[in-house]
Design a protein around this ligand. Structure first.
Ligand code: NAD
Length: 470
């Protein structure tokens, strides 16, 4: 049986510090007890990664492409085991976990095809100026619990493609699938290029202060991102911060409710609402408000809530009790503020961190469920009459990750886009991230982007070579 250990310099090593109980959120039963890495082990992982960096940074583009293809293959060969582990510790239905692994493989293959070749900026009688992209060194990756394999891939694959080495620390809620992923990858790459450590905030804190780490790629809450940013100042670490979101979607009067409601529901409740760029505030024009509420309710009621291993289940549990408590608190507050629960709104009897898809109408900005990130299966639906006013209200929120406009008139929808403060605005879609398209937030949702060539550049610094001709 796999004991899920950290991987340092290609070797699986048991942690030695406090025990972390990994719980199956569908049963509330423990799946594994693993131990946190000691300070010495974290230091060992970083120093190994630093040693290996001097070799890895010199590898050719072809060699790295070849390595990434092998990584994609080893993940594909172990897809079922990896997906089952995701469902066991994260809770999502197995079909969604399979999609997570498939998307991860696609991401590896796409990133393999990206190259940061030197660019000639000027070739004149006086000089030739070239821009080169150099790797930074050791990258620390700190990941959350919602998409434990995919987000790990988003961090580590561009980092090594650009010539860096990595130490990754997964969330203590969902460490197993990431540890297994790193173990698999280590079967096909040179030891020490990708290392893993285990632990809670204290280990993340050590990594983000570490003098031999050159960059941190972090996906998680805004509060943690702020702490990491403070720590990173010690040696001016580069940062990519993918933080919290509170995505607003604006459904205009001419939107076809019948055809759009299923897609809006999917974009709001993807992964039980535990997705950074899920719709978290739904603004609907007053002329179609009631119909949209009704249609979304029908879809919510048709969801089958339960253990993600049951093939009929479409809606798994919330991943952890602390997140469930936030959802319950925000729903209770919304009811106190006059919100009307249209469907869902309470935990079913029995074990498991289950909470059905919940829709709440009659709310406006200023209520916690609208203003704060719920990161779970509850959606406030807000009525508006003027889209400009609705956008202005929504912009008052400190987050700026995703957003969307839904309308039959895509030209009019496009004309609203420059009023919206967000890293991405979808039109008649939401929460679609693509390996070739930069993704990131503005305002308190963070900075920097992932994916595409822009994402790859974040793992490099610019080295200008200016050659005089005269
Ligand atoms: P979190 O901030 O609690 O934890 C994220 C990671 O940071 C975990 O590995 C955790 O152990 C570590 N950590 C905690 N305290 C730390 C510290 N002081 N120093 C260093 N590391 C520390 O977030 P979470 O609850 O795991 O994830 C949910 C949040 O993540 C939500 O706000 C969600 O919006 C956000 N998120 C954002 C994106 C995005 O792309 N913008 C994607 C997924 C999740």
């Amino acid at each position: 049986m796999n004991t899920y250990q950290q991987c340092i310099d290609g070797k699986l090593i048991c942690g030695v510090d406090k025990v972390i109980n990994v719980i199956n959120p569908a049963s509330e039963l423990p799946i594994a007890d693993i131990r946190e890495s000691s300070l010495e082990q974290v230091n060992l992982a970083v120093s190994n990664a630093l040693n290996v960096f001097s070799y890895w940074k010199k590898t050719s583009n072809e060699e790295r492409i070849h390595t990434l293809r092998k990584i994609a293959d080893v993940i594909a060969e172990n897809k079922t085991e990896l997906a089952e582990l995701i469902t066991k510790e994260q809770g999502k239905p197995l079909s969604l976990a399979m999609l997570e692994v498939d998307a991860s493989i696609d991401w590896v293959n796409y990133t393999a095809s990206l190259s940061l070749l030197p660019k000639v900026i000027e070739d004149s009688a006086e000089r030739v100026v070239e821009q080169h992209y150099r790797p930074l060194g050791v990258v620390a990756s700190i990941t959350p619990w919602n998409w434990p394999v995919m987000i790990a891939i988003w961090h580590i694959i561009p980092a090594i493609k650009a010539g860096n080495t990595v130490v990754i620390k997964p969330s203590n809620y969902t460490p197993l699938s990431t540890l297994f992923l790193v173990e698999l990858i280590n079967r096909v790459i040179p030891p020490g290029v990708i290392n893993s450590v285990v632990g809670e905030a204290v280990v993340g804190d050590v990594l983000s202060r570490h003098a031999d780490i050159s960059k941190i790629v972090f996906t998680g809450s805004t509060a943690t991102g702020q702490k990491i940013m403070e720590n990173a100042s010690i040696n001016l670490k580069r940062l990519t911060l993918e933080l919290g979101g509170n995505d607003a979607a604006f459904v205009l009067a001419d939107a076809d409710v019948e055809s759009l409601a299923p897609r809006i529901f999917q974009a709001a409740f993807l992964n039980m609402g535990q997705t950074c760029a899920a719709i978290k505030r739904l603004y609907v024009h007053e002329s179609i408000y009631d119909t949209m509420c009704e249609k979304l309710c029908d879809i919510a009621k048709a969801s089958k809530v339960g253990d993600g291993f049951d093939s009929e289940v479409t809606f798994g549990p919330v991943q952890n009790l602390a997140q469930l408590a936030i959802v319950e608190e925000l729903v209770a507050d919304a009811i106190c503020q006059g919100g009307k629960v249209l469907c869902g709104g309470g935990r079913p009897a029995g074990s498991g961190f289950f909470y059905p898809p919940t829709l709440i109408s009659g709310l406006s900005d200023g209520v916690r469920l609208v203003d704060e990130e719920q990161f779970g299966p509850v959606l406030p639906i807000i009525k508006f009459s003027d889209p400009h006013e609705a956008i202005a209200e929504a912009n008052k929120n400190s987050n700026g990750l995703g957003s969307s406009v839904w309308s039959a008139d895509t030209d009019y929808a496009s004309s609203l886009v420059n009023r919206i403060e967000a890293g991405t605005t979808w039109i008649n879609n939401h929460a679609e991230v693509l390996p070739n398209c930069p993704f990131g937030g503005c305002k308190m949702s963070g900075f920097g982007v992932e994916f595409g060539l822009d994402g790859l550049k974040e793992y490099t610094y610019t080295h200008i070579v200016n050659k005089a001709k005269a």
